[in-house]
Design a binder for this molecule. Structure first.
Ligand code: SF4
Ligand code: SF4
Length: 92
């Protein structure tokens, strides 16, 4: 079974309140933009030179928080989703 197939088994209860937010003014000063490379589900994208982020489908791995703090500009404000929301792992 591929990684993509395993991810499709998961269930997401997406909260309308984001559990991850960005201070976008910091992103414009971030040269490396490492978040684009570490998110396993590509929730960070670059559109017209600006970072676009969508928290739906987040695996709650925390990689963006770590890499933003260590290599980026510290723009990521990270929390787990509220109770009852977020990913429900169904495999492994
Ligand atoms: S690493 Fe952090 S500061 Fe840099 S673009 Fe990504 S979210 Fe913004
Ligand atoms: S916590 Fe993981 S899956 Fe969620 S947005 Fe950050 S890097 Fe992507």
């Amino acid at each position: 079974m591929s990684i993509e197939e395993k991810l499709l088994l998961n269930k997401f209860v997406v909260d309308k309140i984001p559990h991850i937010t960005l201070k976008r003014e910091f992103c414009s000063q971030c040269d490396l933009k490492p978040c684009l490379h570490v998110c396993p589900v590509q929730n960070f994208k670059l559109e017209k030179g600006e970072i676009v982020f969508d928290w739906a489908g987040c695996l709650e791995c925390g990689s963006c928080r770590i890499v933003c703090k260590s290599l980026g500009r510290g723009a990521v404000e990270w929390n787990y989703p509220r109770g009852g929301f977020g990913i429900v792992y169904r495999y492994g």
